[in-house]
Write a protein that binds this ligand. Structure first.
Ligand code: KG4
Ligand code: ZN
Length: 361
């Protein structure tokens, strides 16, 4: 028998006074959160898959979706318990439906649809990158828009002009590696392990950022796109010798490794900061918001803070636990979009690529 398909597109939530269950399964973290009023996090749970993928040095998509399947139901139950909340008190379910690993997204979307149907609640599909772009606003009483948003994560490096929660224009994105991907690859080159970003960050604090002059690829005047693959190759050749891909690591001392981490981090941060400030100047936005795993990076946070102060820009950074993947940002954006009149129905599909992605002219 075909399930009844309902539509909530006529619903208009006039206030943010609602409780949203958020589900995030786009990559290698199974996450569930319950958020009140678009910003009060009642409960925020993450089941990390670190152990599943560590021995492969990166995320194995098939294993990721299986792990989501095993953990998600119990995590939803645990979230309701921790928040002291019954399904009746949940006003809507928000779920990441794009972009990400398709098998992983499908687990979250199917679970969310099942709950929405079973509990008779509205459903809203969330673009994961848009949730990172707006995550820094989660703690605020007042919306910070318009703003320029930098999202730097393992899968994405993008600049947006956020005019409202439902009006997000893409200004530029990476043409090759994402910033977080570059951190992970450099950690791998240096034999530091997985996931690499936080380890490189830790080592960088003990090194000298000026020790090695790594390239800063700006992709030509006026470009708001990014490229990090040349920088990653520069680190590879610095370690092993020009044109070589192995044999050099043994010669490096722990201090050398720390200097490479510090110099590489400074190069990534300089490019991200420069382009973000240029995007603010181009759009006239007086506020910069940042999100994604790389937003937890200490070098980037420090350089953004001093540059934004010098340029008289207001800088909003999420707490570090909301930089990396989490379901609180999914629930929070869900509340805002519902309040703006957006909702989905049981036809909601998962998509590996980004949703609207309008390019600003
Ligand atoms: O946002 P996220 O959790 O997942 C994606 O949507 O991709 O970002 C994960 C990425 C990984 O590449 C990880 O190495 C990087 O963020 N990352 C960091 C730091 N913490 C996580 N990169 C640099 N410094 C950090 N402290
Ligand atoms: Zn993410």
């Amino acid at each position: 028998m075909r399930a009844e398909v309902y539509s909530f597109t006529e619903l208009r939530f006039t206030s943010y006074a609602m409780t949203i269950l958020g589900i995030e399964t786009s990559c290698d973290e199974t996450a569930v959160a319950i958020v009140d009023d678009g910003h009060r996090v009642r409960c925020d749970l993450i089941a990390t898959q670190f152990d599943v993928h560590a021995k492969y040095g990166g995320v194995v998509p098939e294993l990721a979706s299986r792990a989501h399947l095993e953990k998600l139901d119990a995590l939803v139950e645990e979230a309701l318990n921790q928040a002291g909340c019954t399904p009746d008190e949940i006003d809507a379910i928000a779920v990441t439906h794009a972009p990400g690993l398709i098998g992983s997204l499908l687990i979250g979307v199917t679970a969310a649809k099942t709950l929405a149907w079973g509990w008779g609640k509205p459903l809203i599909g969330i673009d994961h990158v848009h949730a990172h772009a707006t995550s820094a606003a989660m703690d605020l009483d007042q919306d910070p828009w318009p703003a320029v948003a930098l999202v730097a994560s393992g899968g994405h490096t993008s600049l947006y002009h956020v005019r409202d929660y439902d009006d997000i224009l893409l200004l530029g994105r990476t043409v090759d590696d994402a910033a977080g991907e570059a951190f992970d690859k450099v950690a791998n080159i240096l034999g530091l392990g997985y996931p690499g970003g936080s380890i490189v960050d830790r080592q960088a604090r003990k090194g000298h950022a000026g020790a090695i002059k790594f390239p800063r690829s700006m992709l030509g005047p006026g470009s708001l796109d990014f490229s990090f693959s040349g920088l990653k190759t520069a680190v590879l050749y610095y370690v092993h010798g020009s044109g070589k891909t192995s044999g050099g690591l043994e010669r490096l001392t722990p201090d050398d490794i720390n200097d490479i981490c510090a110099s590489f981090s400074a190069a990534v941060a300089d490019v991200l900061v420069e382009k973000t400030v240029a995007a603010a100047a181009r759009t006239g936005a007086g506020t910069v918001v940042v999100g994604g795993g790389v937003a937890a990076n200490s070098v980037l946070r420090a350089r953004l803070a001093s540059r934004c102060e010098a340029e008289n820009l207001r800088l909003l950074l999420p707490a570090t636990e909301y930089c990396t993947d989490n379901a609180a940002m999914i629930a929070a954006l869900g509340a805002q979009l519902l309040a703006h009149g957006s909702a989905d129905d049981l036809h909601l599909t998962a998509s590996a690529s980004a949703t609207s992605g309008r390019i600003a002219g």
